[in-house]
Design a protein around this ligand. Structure first.
Ligand SMILES: C[S@@+](CC[C@H](N)C(=O)[O-])C[C@H]1O[C@@H](n2cnc3c(N)ncnc32)[C@H](O)[C@@H]1O
Length: 362
C-alpha cells in the first residue's frame, strides 16, 4: 500500500466547496465532504450509469446528490433522522408545476401572529421573539400543504432560514449563543425557496433518469443482501472528534418531534473500554458489512481523520487499512489530504494527525 501526500484533496474533504453548489447548499453540514471529491472518484474509478453507489454514512446526501446529477443510482443510510430528512428532500423528483405554484403561493403568505409559542429555554435564547413568531407562523402554513414532498421541501427551506436568523453558532462540537443583528426570517425564507426552486429547475435529464434511496439505519448492520453495490464512498465519524448530539439541538427541538439521537456514540460507544478500542470494534463491524455488500472488485473509499488524545495520536487510516486487509479487502493507497498538530492544554504538541482518503478494493 502506498501512502501519498495529496494536498490537492485538502479542500475536497470538507463541506466548504458545497457552499457554492446548487442543491448541495440547501443545508450546511459541517461534517460533510464535497461534491467535487465524489465527482473525482466516480471519474477515477470509471463508475457507470448502470452501477449502484452506496454511502452508509450519507449525512446530508453529498454522495447521493452527486450521483443523481450524473444519472447514477445510489443508496444512502444514516443514523440521524435530520440527516436522512435533508438527504431525502435533496434527492426527490418533484412535480415542478405543483412546486412552482406552491412556491408562488408561499411568497404571498401574510404574517399572522401565532397564538402559542414553544416553551423551551434554549429556543428562547437562540432566537429573538420576532424570529420565533415568524418560524411558528411558517411552520403552521407549511403543515397545511397536502403534497408530502413539497411540504418537506418548504420545511427544509424554513429550517435553513431559521438557523441563519438565529443567535446560534456552531463552535467545533458545541452550539453556542452569540447575540448579533439577524435578518428577518420571512425575507430569508422567501429568498431560499426561490433559489431552491431555481436549483431544481436547472437539473438536466440525468437527474430524472436515476434514483437515490435514503434509509434511516445503522452502518454496522446493513439490511442489504450480499454483493449489492459497485462502489462505496464514506466518511464515518472520526475517532474522538465530533459529538453530533448537541450541535443540532436547535434544529431538533424546533422542527422534529423525535428526541435528538446520540450520534457520536454509535461509532465507538463510550463503555468501560478504551474509546479507541471501542471505535475500531465498531468500525470493524462496518468494514465486515461493507465487504459483504460490495460486489467483487468494488472499490471502497474512506475519508477519515486521525485520533487526538492527551497522551497519544492514533493513525486511524493505517489501522483501518490493516483491519480491512484482515477482512479481505486489498488496501491500495492512502492519500494524505491534510496534516495538523494534536495538542494538549492548547500548546503542548502530542503528535501529528492527518485527514486522509483510504482506497480499498474487494
Ligand atoms: C462525517 S458525516 C458524513 C457526511 C456526508 N459524507 C455528507 O457529505 O453529508 C458522518 C455521518 O455518519 C452518521 N452516523 C454516525 N453513526 C452512524 C452509524 N452507526 N450508521 C450510519 N450512520 C452513522 C452521522 O449521522 C453523520 O451524518
Amino acid at each position: 500500500m502506498r501512502i501519498i501526500e495529496a494536498p490537492e484533496f485538502k479542500k475536497l474533504v470538507t463541506f466548504i466547496p458545497n457552499k457554492k453548489e446548487p442543491i448541495h447548499n440547501w443545508f450546511y453540514y459541517k461534517e460533510g465532504f464535497s461534491k467535487l471529491l465524489v465527482d473525482y472518484f466516480i471519474d477515477a474509478f470509471n463508475i457507470k450509469k448502470d452501477n449502484i453507489v452506496f454511502d452508509p454514512f450519507c449525512g446530508v446526501g453529498t454522495t447521493l446528490v452527486t450521483c443523481k446529477q450524473r444519472g447514477i443510482n445510489s443508496v444512502g443510510i444514516d443514523v440521524s433522522p435530520l440527516a436522512c430528512f435533508v438527504s431525502n428532500v435533496k434527492t426527490r423528483n418533484y412535480d415542478i408545476k405543483l412546486l412552482e405554484n406552491t412556491v408562488k403561493e408561499a411568497l404571498k403568505w401574510k404574517f399572522e401572529k401565532p397564538k402559542e409559542l414553544p416553551k423551551n429555554k434554549w429556543i428562547e435564547k437562540a432566537f429573538s421573539k420576532y424570529a420565533i413568531e415568524d418560524i411558528v407562523f411558517y411552520k403552521t402554513k407549511i403543515n397545511e400543504i397536502e403534497d408530502n414532498d413539497i411540504k418537506n421541501f418548504l420545511y427544509l427551506a424554513l429550517i435553513d432560514s431559521a438557523m441563519k436568523c438565529s443567535y446560534v453558532y456552531k463552535d467545533g462540537a458545541i452550539a453556542k449563543i452569540f447575540k448579533r443583528p439577524v435578518p428577518p426570517v420571512g425575507k430569508i425564507f422567501k429568498y431560499k425557496i426561490r433559489k431552491m426552486l431555481k436549483d431544481i429547475k436547472m437539473q438536466k435529464e440525468d437527474w430524472y433518469k436515476s434514483k437515490a434511496e435514503v434509509y434511516l439505519g445503522d452502518a454496522r448492520n446493513i439490511e442489504f443482501s450480499d454483493c449489492s453495490f459497485d462502489f462505496v464512498i464514506i466518511s464515518p465519524p472520526y475517532l474522538n472528534k465530533i459529538e453530533y448530539t448537541s450541535i443540532y439541538k436547535t434544529e431538533f427541538s424546533l422542527f422534529f418531534d423525535f428526541p435528538e439521537t446520540k450520534l457520536r456514540s454509535y461509532i465507538g460507544e463510550k463503555t468501560d473500554k478504551d474509546i479507541a478500542e471501542a471505535y475500531f470494534e465498531d468500525m470493524n463491524k462496518v468494514l465486515n458489512e461493507l465487504y459483504r455488500v460490495c460486489k467483487e472488485n468494488a472499490y471502497l473509499i474512506i475519508v477519515i481523520g486521525g485520533g487526538c488524545f492527551p497522551d497519544k495520536v492514533v493513525l486511524v487510516d493505517e489501522i483501518l487499512a490493516e483491519n480491512a486487509k484482515q477482512i479481505g479487502f486489498k488496501p491500495e493507497k492512502i492519500f494524505i489530504a491534510r496534516k495538523s498538530w494534536c495538542t494538549r492544554a492548547r500548546t503542548i504538541k502530542v503528535g501529528q494527525i492527518r485527514e486522509s482518503i483510504l482506497i480499498l478494493k474487494k
